[in-house]
Design a protein around this ligand. Structure first.
Ligand code: GUN
Length: 284
């Protein structure tokens, strides 16, 4: 039976570290502020945004929430981003994705000042991640790296397979594993023999968005299996991309859903917001 990687425990540690630094900054008169913008009524986005707000309270940040109606225009959203860019109380800006179809996500991401882009989605920050010289961590991939580190398994020289090639998870995930000297393969919907490639992975990261996509025949005995998926099963229950019941018997380490990657994404967002505040105030 695999060891369960406890995302709640690791995220609590990261948030405690952030809180400690935020407390020191507050004593110097520096308040840290995170603005979270949500457009429309997507229930999953609502849950994420509420969790981000809760995390801000836990670490002692001020959170500014902007819940805009579905019919908000791109121009109106750009005007809000511009206002937040100029607001000294706001250290980090997060616009929750996905946005309604009539708003171009890239034009919004590109409008956020890179030094406030705590998601690390702006092309300038993406470029820094590619080069390996970055201060903002891509939140979900960085959270995954913390979870892998918690297992004690060294990524160096390992065969790492990422399933999914999104800009939010798959691509930056591959970069972080590569920076840690893993041998990285990215699989996607057009990959031939996906199951065969996955079954050679010492470290397998699933970010597909399909419930139960990874089955036990696709994983190597003793592998580290990280499940980034956040899906609903036929009964509406939250579940990942990995068929946990069968894979837990074969993997060496495995993340649960919920309680695995999810809490880590938010903890790393707090870390990035702290970094933004430190950089603004020239604190190392
Ligand atoms: N939607 C799903 N994940 C994320 C995330 O990490 N950041 C933002 N802004 N939107 C998301």
């Amino acid at each position: 039976m695999a060891q369960i990687i406890d995302g709640k425990k690791v995220s609590a540690r990261v948030k405690a570290e952030v809180k400690k630094e935020a407390d020191v900054l507050r004593e110097k008169g520096i308040e840290i502020g995170l603005a979270v913008v949500i457009v429309g009524n997507d229930p999953a986005s609502r849950v994420y945004v509420n969790n981000k707000k809760k995390a801000c309270e836990e670490v002692g940040f001020v959170s500014y929430e902007y819940a805009l109606p579905e019919k908000t225009t791109e121009k109106e959203l750009l005007a809000l981003v511009d206002k937040l860019n100029k607001d000294d109380k706001v250290n980090g800006i997060l616009v929750q994705l996905p946005l309604p179809k009539h708003i171009n996500e890239n034009s919004i991401i590109n409008a956020i000042r890179p030094e406030k882009d705590v998601d690390a989605f702006h092309p300038e920050n993406v470029g820094h991640i590619m080069i390996g010289d970055f201060s903002f961590l891509p939140c979900t991939p960085a959270g995954v790296m913390e979870l892998i580190a918690d297992t004690g398994v060294d990524v160096c020289g390992k065969r790492c397979v990422v399933i999914g090639r999104s800009n939010i998870v798959g691509k930056p995930m591959a970069m972080l594993l590569l920076h840690a000297n893993g041998t990285v393969t990215i699989c996607h919907s057009r990959t031939k023999d996906l199951a065969g490639i996955c079954s050679e992975a010492d470290i397998l990261v699933a970010a597909v968005g399909k419930a139960g996509f990874v089955t036990s025949d696709m994983i190597k005995e003793g592998a580290v299996v990280i499940d980034v998926g956040m899906n609903r099963d036929e009964n509406g229950k939250l579940c990942g991309d990995v068929d946990f019941a069968s894979c837990a018997d074969k993997a060496g380490y495995i993340t649960p859903v919920p309680g695995g990657v999810g809490p880590m994404t938010i903890a790393m967002l707090m870390k990035n917001t702290l970094t933004a505040a430190k950089q603004k105030n020239n604190i190392k």
